[in-house]
Design a protein around this ligand. Structure first.
Ligand SMILES: [Zn+2]
Length: 378
């Protein structure tokens, strides 16, 4: 599945391919433990359990290839993938953004399941060829085992292909549904329909999973249910913010100090009523970077109270222009996981953009839209 989210906490990096880092989430260990436990309590031998674990590994290699299908197709459209995370319930390719162009979303989404179809096809052809060779007499030892593994690979990938195509937004099938719908109607309406269908399927998964002893399916259902809602909200927000510029939303009153000031001076100002984040200014009031309250307090507890602020490790979020589209700025705010973005005009700092500004703006806009214009105005 392709999504936009911060990297999950508790994930271990495995490797990097084409600039995309692959993580595995710690809950994956629960899956392996669960299989081992089931095997041991079922009286299976160590070899048999290892064999089952190997099959799980094969499935997740296929899941990983599916995610790379999304990620590499996204690269073709100039969209980077921050990372791919493997969870017990599947994989997530964490795209920097999902293109609003329906055709691009369609191809990025379809690429994942297609990878599984190709793997299944290759396995099928090899099985077919081996089947033919079987007709020619004696089998060498172990051939059946290999056929079984190939059959397993074929079956698992067909399952992955079909399951992901279920229209349960934000799973691939739901995303495909959304992109096809958005070719005919506004994107927010298409998303609402896809999200409603997704929630319907999600409830189905939970009920079916619970009554048929398939806890993972129930878990996937819960995940889809909430993910569908948050994605729908995000699109509603993007629609509401269309045409809005950074300068309409930015905060012009913010906390700034020269980088040459000391930690103690900053802490004094913090106590007197500072903000959550401190913008550091260099010579000529030029924007230097951002120091969070947490970093400041940490410096204090590390006994660095007399140190200069610009000597501390501070963040340098990229700057935006007042005329930039808010939606685009908001994407980079989310993508970089920065506390705020500085707004520069002629390289002078005139404001900051924080996620809260958007929430406030939307609240105000929502309130105003409920106020009826007075009689006589148009
Ligand atoms: Zn997918």
């Amino acid at each position: 599945m392709a999504a936009q989210a911060p990297t999950l906490r508790g994930s271990a990096a495995l490797f990097t391919f084409r600039g995309i880092r692959v993580y595995v989430h710690w809950t994956f260990l629960i899956l392996l433990g669960y299989i081992t436990y089931l095997g041991l309590s079922g009286g299976k031998t160590g070899v048999a359990i290892l064999g089952e674990l190997a099959l799980v590994l094969i499935v997740f290699i296929c899941v990983l290839m599916h995610e790379f299908g999304h990620a590499l197709m996204a690269q073709r459209f100039g969209v980077q993938t921050k990372d791919i995370t493997l969870l017990p319930i599947g994989g997530i390719a964490n795209l920097e953004r999902m293109p609003e162009e329906p055709r691009q979303e369609f191809w990025i989404t379809v690429a994942g399941p297609l990878v599984n179809l190709v793997i299944a096809g290759v396995a099928f052809i090899v099985i077919a060829i081996m089947g033919v060779s079987m007709l020619f007499g004696d089998l060498f030892l172990g051939a059946t085992t290999w056929t079984n593994v190939l059959l397993f690979i074929f079956g698992a990938n067909m399952m992955l292909f079909l399951f992901n195509l279920l229209p349960a937004f934000p799973m691939d099938g739901g995303r495909i549904l959304r992109s096809v719908l958005s070719m005919r109607m506004p994107r927010d309406k298409a998303t609402r329909i896809a999200a409603a269908v997704g929630r319907f399927f999600a409830i189905g998964f939970v009920v079916f999973g619970l009554f048929n002893g398939q806890p993972f399916l129930a878990l996937i259902g819960v995940f889809i249910f909430f993910a569908a809602g948050s994605e729908a909200r995000m699109v509603d927000q993007q629609t509401a913010l269309r045409g809005i510029q950074v300068k309409d939303v930015m905060r012009t009153r913010f906390w700034s100090m020269p980088g040459s000031a000391t930690v103690q001076q900053a802490v004094d100002e913090l106590l007197a009523g500072g903000d959550r984040d401190l913008v550091l200014l260099g010579p000529d009031q030029a924007y230097q970077g951002v120091l969070t309250r947490r970093d400041l307090v940490k410096a204090l507890s590390d006994g660095k109270s007399s140190e200069r602020l610009d000597a501390l490790p501070f963040a340098t979020p990229p700057s935006v222009l007042p005329e930039d589209a808010v939606n685009k700025a908001y994407q980079s705010l989310l993508a970089g996981q920065f506390p705020l973005l500085p707004v520069l005009q002629d390289s002078r700092l005139i404001g900051v953009l924080e996620p809260e500004n958007l929430t406030e703006f939307l609240l105000v806009k929502g309130a105003l839209s409920e106020v009826r214009p007075p009689a006589g105005s148009n």
